[in-house]
Design a protein around this ligand. Structure first.
Ligand code: PGA
Length: 247
């Protein structure tokens, strides 16, 4: 596990974007796993700048998003379809046919989830997966539990996630209670993983992760400790509990 503790969110975003850029330059038809949430927004801004100012080419890049709320229309401003378009895709030369985001409105959702994993496998698998982390250790919408699904599936969001995500909605009642999410197995199949975290709210969960001593399905991100190629970039605020116990 490679760990980078950087000064602030700007440095985190620049470093993450640089890693993504290097991978695209090495493999023009890179398959990216993408995340929503506030954490990667700065990284996406920097990628847009790199595309505009440095000609970073996304024309052959494909992407698979981690998750989407269930029963939310694409046009809803808080759908992850809208988020990805607003924050990234509409500014890049990525081919929309190569963009994949789980569809929260399908009829046969179980079959759809299986097909989503198959599509990832058939495309050659995710080369670089970007991840945020929830305060409760969730990655994508794999919430702490005794047992975790391997594949893409429908999940109930926990109270803490609903509360955390209510900041994007006008009231907590509007936050969807279910989502489609890639499973832990889908995420662990990625060849490389880049996990980002900023801000002091993430400090307790980041401390556990960086200590790297134990895994538990009650902290889904800890399972990443079993992956052979994980890079974690955190800012000093997110690393503060880890750093203070090391002193
Ligand atoms: P955030 O969410 O980036 O908005 O903090 C991360 C997550 O819940 O996975």
């Amino acid at each position: 596990m490679k760990i980078f503790i950087v000064k602030d969110y700007l440095e985190l975003s620049t470093k993450a974007a640089n890693i993504i850029k290097e991978e695209i330059e090495k493999k023009t038809n890179l398959i990216l796993g993408l995340a929503t949430g506030s954490t990667p927004e700065g990284t996406y801004k920097e990628l847009i700048r790199m595309h505009k100012e440095e000609g970073l080419d996304f024309s052959k890049v494909s992407s698979f998003n981690l998750d989407e709320y269930l029963n939310i229309s694409y046009s809803h401003p808080n759908s992850y379809h809208a988020f990805m378009d607003e924050k990234l895709f509409k500014y890049l030369n990525i081919d929309k046919n190569n963009v994949h985001i789980p569809d929260g409105n399908v009829k046969n959702v179980e079959e759809y989830c299986k097909d989503y994993d198959k599509l990832i496998d058939d495309s050659g698998g995710i080369d670089l997966q970007i991840l945020g982390i929830g305060q409760n250790g969730h990655i994508a919408f794999n919430e702490p539990d005794d047992r975790l699904y391997l594949g893409t599936h429908v999940t109930n969001l926990t109270e803490s996630t609903i509360k955390a995500n209510s900041r994007f909605f006008s009231s907590i009642d509007e936050v969807p209670k279910k989502a489609i999410t890639m499973g832990i197995g889908s995420i662990m199949k990625a060849k490389k993983i880049l996990l980002l975290a900023n801000g002091e709210k993430k400090a307790p969960v980041i401390k556990e992760l960086l200590q790297g001593e134990m895994i538990s399905t009650q902290n889904p991100a800890s399972l990443l400790l079993l992956h052979p190629d994980v890079t974690i970039i955190v800012d000093e605020e997110a690393a503060k509990d880890y750093l203070s116990q090391k002193k």
